[in-house]
Write a protein that binds this ligand. Structure first.
Ligand SMILES: [Zn+2]
Length: 233
């Protein structure tokens, strides 16, 4: 992971997406992307640290009201004290908690260290088409597909647009398209309102991608593009 690039991350999840992540409301595919971005991005680590107590307080206040509505006889404060002492008493469990080791993976002779959010995906089946390699992650979310996508040195993805959304979290290396140059940690969420783009990488890159519709190639129709589309989506 090229940690020296982290200070140049320009593309972040929206505040709304961060809040939904903290509230646990995102589907797993998107939660993984936000969690991995936060690991790579000091700016969003700070935002998360600010937002978490606000959201926790708001949600506690909400549940307090709801509980009073439902069970007026119960003394909520007593419940809260009991809950607090439960938490304090079980603090031994917290001290024995070990953070998982980051996972190193290999693709096309390169080794990459993935953010801890990806630790459980150690069994990856790569499918290769030229310079493009893709390993699907095993989420079951209807039409949503999540993958690790590797593009070798000098690789390009032909110009395409999207019917749905396309999230790219750049994990290692760099790439550029019509809109700019991206470094490890950049979180790029495009929807169908974006005009076509054609990512290219000179040194190679590894991305985590989530999309909910096949790519639509605008550079003409050919067997090759259709095959690339199947590999990428
Ligand atoms: Zn960020």
């Amino acid at each position: 992971m090229p940690t020296n690039n982290i200070s140049f991350i320009k593309h972040h999840p929206s505040k709304q997406l961060l809040e939904q992540h903290i509230e646990g409301k995102l589907p797993l595919s998107m939660a993984l992307a936000v969690a991995a971005h936060i690991e790579l991005c000091p700016h969003c680590q700070q935002l998360e640290a600010q937002l978490t107590p606000q959201i926790a307080n708001a949600s506690w206040a909400q549940s307090k009201v709801a509980q009073r509505d439902l069970e007026q006889d119960i003394n909520v404060d007593a419940c809260f004290s009991a809950m607090l002492s439960d938490i304090t008493e079980s603090s031994d469990d917290n001290t024995s908690y070990h953070e998982s080791e980051p996972l190193a993976i290999e693709c096309k002779g390169m080794t990459y260290t993935l953010p801890r959010a990806f630790t459980k995906f150690h069994q990856l089946n790569w499918r290769n088409l030229g310079k493009i390699s893709r390993a699907r992650l095993p989420f079951e979310e209807a039409e949503v597909r999540s993958s690790l996508l590797h593009i070798g040195k000098g690789g390009t993805i032909p110009t395409h647009t999207h019917k749905g959304y396309e999230l790219t979290l750049l994990l290692a290396g760099d790439f550029e398209d019509e809109n700019g140059h991206y470094v490890a940690g950049d979180f790029i969420l495009l929807d169908e309102s974006h005009s076509g783009h054609s990512p290219k990488t000179s040194e190679g890159c590894l991305c985590y991608t989530v999309s909910n519709a096949p790519l639509h190639f605008t550079q003409g129709v050919s067997q090759l593009f259709n095959s690339i589309g199947k590999v990428i989506y």
